[in-house]
Design a protein around this ligand. Structure first.
Ligand code: FAD
Length: 430
């Protein structure tokens, strides 16, 4: 319990630390001189956890000198965070949906469109509707995309790893499962979005099926050799709380899917279920890959963690944040929010003719991640980690002793989960 008491405040402190760091940046840029309002234009592609935070904080800290255009084809962003509660019927889709136009309150201009191409040399971005728009700095997000899997059609066997219609499709399939039904899910190889997320999904589905009675099964086919996050918590949940329901199988590499016979083929054998929840292997968003920001042989975009600017030649002025970037920090919404603030601070400094690499700033570069997981219908667990910049390796590294998990689940953590998600949503989208 004392451990739980410290978990959330640690994250909050780090958020506040980020805010203070960038407050200094806002002071640096100074008040706009006459005629200098909106002197610069920053385009943000994608309005999820990374993009919405960056757009908002560029306006908040930019002292009125930065015009910010946020482009996203979806006027409402559905949060993956808490989306497993939609499967349980505890929340509706509307409870996890955030209208991007709300950022207009900060002066962000929201444009409903796809970013369809970039010309980094000329600093131009092309929208799907046509025409090229000039920018001074470009922030690219887009989250994740999936590697192809033979036979897989997500409209039939949903991943529900991007929230929205996928979430409601999976919910309707779970709702229609027989009492003694079999749910088969796959866990992609790391790195993937939300390290504890797949194990949380297994627990959420097991909780739903257990409450219905009968002898249901949840088969978890993990491409990895072991549980990837909060292993004590999930190991206990699988072997004790959901003994006889959750059947965890490591080293199960996904080979193909046959939707007609509801069969998953893996490196450890074939599995048949009433519902298949196939979460395919991940890579950077189509947006980021399509722009050439991911080198051949890699899955994610290399960046300098002091600014999140691309380290590839020819992409000066292009920043990548959130799940698409290649630093070894966890792919989480909380982390995307933290990266967005460092990126916004860096952009403001760079537009102001400053540096992102002075000693004081380098010492303050820190990020953090928190994931709360519903384990039963009323209890949750948590996992936190802090990262800091290492000037020797020029990479973000796990802060010693900062990786912590609850090791169990409680109603207290469930109510903290609700508070934390509201705070994060509010800081990002409202
Ligand atoms: C079940 C589940 C539970 C999770 N739980 C947690 C948790 O407890 N804690 C936590 O911190 N994280 C959690 N996550 C992870 C979190 O949701 C992601 O890490 C986070 O959403 C990443 O933010 P992002 O901005 O990179 O991508 P996203 O939030 O996915 O946003 C990407 C945006 O880009 C837009 N886009 C795509 N292509 C284009 C284009 N061409 N032009 C313009 N816009 C485009 C999309 O429409 C979307 O709005 C969870 C994830 C899942 C699946």
């Amino acid at each position: 319990m004392p451990q739980e008491m410290t978990a959330l405040p640690v994250s909050r402190r780090a958020l506040i630390k980020s805010s203070l760091a960038a407050g200094a940046a806002a002071a640096l840029i100074g008040a706009p001189a006459r005629g200098q309002t909106n002197a610069y234009h920053v385009v943000v592609a994608g309005g999820g956890f990374a993009g919405a935070t960056a757009a908002k904080y560029l306006r908040l800290w930019g002292a009125g000198r930065i015009r910010v255009t946020l482009v996203d084809p979806n006027p409402t962003h559905y949060s993956c965070i808490m989306s497993n509660l939609v499967l349980e019927g505890k929340l509706g889709l509307a409870n996890i949906g955030f209208r991007l136009s709300a950022l207009g309150a900060y002066g962000v201009t929201y444009v409903r469109d796809w970013v369809a191409g970039i010309d980094a040399k000329a600093r131009l971005v092309r929208l799907n509707a046509g025409g090229w728009t000039p920018y001074d700095r470009l922030v690219m997000t887009g989250g994740i995309s999936f590697k192809p899997v033979a036979g897989l059609d997500p409209k039939v066997t949903p991943h529900a790893w991007i929230a929205g219609s996928q979430t409601t499709l999976l919910k309707s399939q779970i709702d229609a499962m027989p009492k003694n039904g079999v749910f088969v899910m796959t866990v992609p190889p790391a790195p993937y979005r939300c390290p504890p997320g797949p194990y949380e999904r297994a627990c959420a589905v097991a909780a739903i099926l257990k409450a219905r009675g009968g002898t249901p099964k949840v088969i978890v086919l993990d491409a990895n050799p072991a549980i990837q996050a909060a292993a004590t918590t999930f190991g206990k949940a699988f072997s004790q709380l959901y003994a006889g329901i959750i059947d965890y199988r490591p080293n199960a590499r996904l080979l193909s899917v046959d939707a007609a016979t509801k069969t998953v083929r893996t490196s450890i054998g074939n599995f048949v279920g009433d519902v298949l929840n196939i979460i395919p292997p991940h890579r950077a968003s189509t947006l980021v890959r399509g722009a050439g920001l991911v080198p051949a042989g890699s899955d994610f975009a290399p960046v300098d963690p002091l600014s999140y600017e691309s380290t590839l030649p020819g992409f000066s002025g292009v920043h990548i944040i959130g799940d698409s970037q290649a630093t070894k920090q966890p792919k989480s919404g909380h982390m995307a929010n933290a990266q967005a603030k460092i990126c916004a601070d860096a952009i403001i400094r760079l537009l102001n003719g400053g540096t992102v690499a002075d000693a004081a700033r380098i010492a303050s570069i820190a990020t953090n991640s928190a994931c709360f997981s519903p384990i039963t219908l009323t209890e949750a667990s948590w996992l936190t980690a802090n990262y800091q910049y290492d000037p020797t390796t020029k990479a973000m590294t796990l802060a010693p002793g900062s990786l912590a998990e609850s090791g169990g689940w409680s109603t207290g953590s469930y109510s903290k989960m609700q508070k934390w998600s509201k705070q994060l949503w509010s800081d990002t989208f409202q």
